[in-house]
Design a protein around this ligand. Structure first.
Ligand SMILES: Cc1cc2nc3c(=O)[nH]c(=O)nc-3n(C[C@H](O)[C@H](O)[C@H](O)COP(=O)(O)OP(=O)(O)OC[C@H]3O[C@@H](n4cnc5c(N)ncnc54)[C@H](O)[C@@H]3O)c2cc1C
Length: 485
């Protein structure tokens, strides 16, 4: 789930947050290790699996991770090859909001350093209209309502979204969703919630260009839960040297000897005594047994794993039905940061309704003194599907042609291009979980343990689509196992 932040500066002070991380699973506080050498298998060495393993080891458990890929980190993946001047691209997770306590807690524990994404004014390109917007000026969008005409995006966020927080409750104090909320909102997509709150049709393309096309797909409850939880979000960070230093740092603590790469999980057997997992490695089947299991496989890939005996019916339905959204990335390294000449800045330097959707600028979180640019066309949902629907050879031209509409110099400026479509990644088959209308009941079921099988992963957290969700859920699953002692 990807929401705007910088435009909200100024309204944040209106909303306090109670950082009750303990409510959301921050490990055992009694001080006594509980594992006593008991064994745990962890499926998946993304951030959730690594976090679960790390926390369990701290409690004295013997942990083995099985990972299908040849690398750890899953959707936290930094690309360092193919770009001049040692610049890097984040193919998955980019941003760390300053309210993501679980992510920042590990950043701190591992001694990693952060760079802040700078603020700045974006370019807009909506309905073939190219413009920038200064506070206090009218937006050049016919049909806006009087309250929207001069409002900042922070103002409309406060009115349409934050103005409804009280009705929904807050997951950080356990009051989300308040009684009656699920019945009222479960069938609604987020964009219809905005309409219901009074947003005009003319405002919706502006909101979408800011937040991404998924706002037309995701259910109201799924979007709102993260809005409430992260309402105090102000600054946004990136890990100096690449976000993958986070999973790499945890993996180092866990010990690479305990992480078996290129082990594709094929079968899970479980009963009251323990668990057995069969994985494929080097063309052969290998079997592992343990006292407990933490399964962090995205449900898109868990669907292909044989489970004996099958989990409860509602769990199997959730594994089959949970929606994973697509996202496309087209990274372009540029000779210069040409957009800065126009005063364009910030992380999201272009917000558009074109096939390029949004352009994010990662130039300012690169090491060294290079003046080259590193930008990404970041597409979701229908825009991602349009981009990913092209052949590999066509994608660069498709992205550059879309960008050329609002940055005419892009083809002459291009030094290198790298593309990725997350729906094509066999180990995740999508970018992140969006609970669709009617799927809210799956949130509780997805994370519920089935006997000795515990579940973690962004799809089992209120922070679906965030590193924070992966880490929070990994800690929660570890705590569940500790609590069985
Ligand atoms: C495009 C994109 C942008 C994002 N932007 C941000 C952002 O700005 N900020 C942020 O905080 N988060 C962001 N996220 C989300 C964040 O990256 C994820 O929420 C988080 O990394 C998920 O971790 P996970 O452990 O739940 O899943 P994963 O990282 O997917 O880990 C699951 C692991 O299971 C393995 N696996 C799957 N099937 C099998 C199998 N059968 N056998 C063995 N192993 C298997 C996979 O290879 C993978 O390593 C973004 C994600 C994407 C894709």
């Amino acid at each position: 789930m990807q929401r705007d932040t910088l435009s909200r500066r100024g309204v944040m002070a209106l909303f306090s947050w109670t950082g009750t991380a303990a409510l959301l699973g921050c490990g055992d506080s009694s001080g006594e290790p509980k594992g006593d050498g008991r064994s745990v298998l962890v499926l998946g060495a993304g951030l959730s699996g690594l976090s679960a393993a790390y926390e369990l080891q701290k409690q004295g458990y013997e942990v083995t991770l099985l990972e299908g890929r040849e690398r750890i980190g899953g959707r936290v993946w930094t690309m360092r090859e193919g770009f001049a001047d040692g610049q890097l691209a984040e193919i998955g997770a980019v941003r760390i909001p300053d309210v993501h306590d679980h992510t920042l807690g590990y950043v701190d524990e591992l001694g990693l350093e952060l760079d802040e994404f700078p603020g700045g004014d974006p370019l807009y390109y909506l309905d073939d209209n190219r413009f920038m917007h200064k506070e206090g000026e009218d937006w050049p969008l016919p049909g806006l309502k009087p309250n929207e005409l001069q409002a900042t995006l922070g103002d409309t966020w406060a009115e349409y979204i934050a103005g409804a927080f009280e009705e929904f409750g807050n997951p950080r104090d356990g009051s989300f969703p308040k009684p009656g909320i699920v019945e009222k909102y479960d069938d609604q997509i987020w964009i219809d919630f905005l309409r219901q709150r009074g947003a005009s049709e003319a405002y919706l393309p502006l909101y979408t260009a800011d937040n991404g096309a998924e706002v037309y797909t995701i259910g109201t409850l799924a979007w709102m839960v993260a809005e409430v939880a992260d309402q105090a979000w102000d600054k946004t960070y990136h890990i100096r040297g690449g976000n993958d230093l986070l999973p790499k740092g945890i993996a180092e603590k866990v010990g690479m000897d305990n992480i078996l790469l290129a082990h594709k999980v094929m079968r899970i057997e479980h009963d009251e005594q323990g668990v057995t997992v069969v994985a494929e490695h080097d063309g052969a089947e290998v079997s592992f047994s343990a006292d407990h299991l933490v399964c962090t496989l995205p449900f898109t890939t868990l669907r292909d794993v044989t489970i004996v005996p099958e989990f409860a019916d509602d769990k199997m339905k959730t594994i089959d039905g949970l929606f994973m959204m697509n996202a496309g990335r087209g990274y372009i390294q540029t000779k210069t940061r040409f957009w800065e000449k126009e005063g364009i800045g910030g992380l999201k330097i272009a917000k558009t309704d074109t096939d390029a959707e949004r352009i994010w600028d990662l130039s300012h979180v690169q090491a060294g003194s290079s003046t080259k640019g590193m930008i990404v066309s970041y597409t979701q949902e229908k825009h991602a599907d349009a981009y990913c629907g092209k052949s590999m050879d066509e994608r660069e031209a498709f992205a550059l042609t879309a960008i050329e509409k609002f940055f005419p110099e892009i083809k002459a400026e291009k030094l290198a291009f790298f593309q990725y479509c997350w729906a094509e990644d066999p180990w995740v088959q999508g970018a992140w979980t969006d609970f669709l209308p009617g799927q809210w009941w799956m949130a509780a079921v997805a994370k519920r343990a089935e006997g000795r099988v515990h579940f973690a992963g962004e799809h089992t957290s209120i922070w679906a689509g965030w590193m924070q969700g992966a880490i929070e859920s990994g800690k929660r699953a570890a705590q569940e196992i500790v609590a069985t002692v």
